[in-house]
Design a protein around this ligand. Structure first.
Ligand SMILES: C[S@@+](CC[C@H](N)C(=O)[O-])C[C@H]1O[C@@H](n2cnc3c(N)ncnc32)[C@H](O)[C@@H]1O
Length: 211
């Protein structure tokens, strides 16, 4: 049977995103992928002044709204990035650099399950960029997506998982507000990278030959 790891991720094939700037990373570094208009990112940065968040959004219109609002707020611990997160992560982040990752209401990719985050070979690369005991918070309004991600986390990626139902008065993102207002149940998974966890990319860093 073909597993996700058999579809090899090849970071060396990915071009640097347009207008790429190498970020200065913090000792307490968080990453949000698919930040939309940045509602969660701005809340997080305001509430966690000692943590730095890089929040990436690929869609130009949403990113522009996010960038404009975050500029107005002047949050020094928030960096908004307009890019596809996959090549950006490959070019920007060394191994074991992240304390936490947010994947809040990712596109469900109903017709293309191989594009869901835990189903992608890139996910192993993303795990390699996390410090031991760092966490991924994944939220979705689609029960099947949460079920699949929970199963993949446990069986494919060997990650401990905590699952909970998002509180009905939670308001972290525009999509969360919309789904909860419609009375939908939102699911959250917290995945932890165990100490001693190994990936194929633990020594891979842009600019260095593959170790
Ligand atoms: C369903 S929206 C959710 C937005 C926001 N997190 C929220 O909950 O309101 C998913 C977002 O992820 C972004 N996205 C999807 N794949 C991405 C990628 N590879 N890199 C950056 N952003 C991505 C899309 O552009 C879209 O804005």
């Amino acid at each position: 049977m073909t597993t996700i790891k058999d579809r090899q991720f090849k970071p060396e094939k990915l071009f640097q995103p347009r207008d790429f700037v190498q970020p200065i990373l913090s000792d307490s570094q968080y990453l949000e992928i698919g930040a939309g208009k940045g509602m969660h990112a701005m809340q997080f940065a305001e509430q966690n002044p000692s943590k730095h968040l890089i929040a990436i959004e690929r869609t130009r219109g949403k990113y522009d709204v996010f960038a404009e609002r975050s500029k107005t707020l002047g949050l020094r611990n928030l960096t908004a990035i307009h890019a596809d997160a996959i090549p950006w992560v490959v070019h920007a982040l060394p191994p074991q650099s992240l304390d936490g990752i947010f994947l809040l209401y990712p596109n469900p990719e109903p017709k293309n399950s191989s594009q869901r985050w835990l189903n992608m070979p890139f996910f192993e690369f993303l795990l390699s960029r996390m410090k031991p005991e760092a966490t991924i918070i994944l939220a979705t309004n689609i029960k099947d997506y949460a079920d699949e991600a929970e199963q993949l986390a446990k069986e494919q990626w060997q990650l401990p998982v905590k699952r909970l139902q998002v509180a009905t008065d939670s308001a972290r993102t525009h999509f969360e507000v919309k789904y909860l207002a419609r009375g939908e149940v939102c699911h959250q998974l917290e995945l932890t990278k165990p100490k001693g966890y190994q990936t194929a990319f633990d020594r891979w860093q842009q600019g260095n030959a593959q170790a």
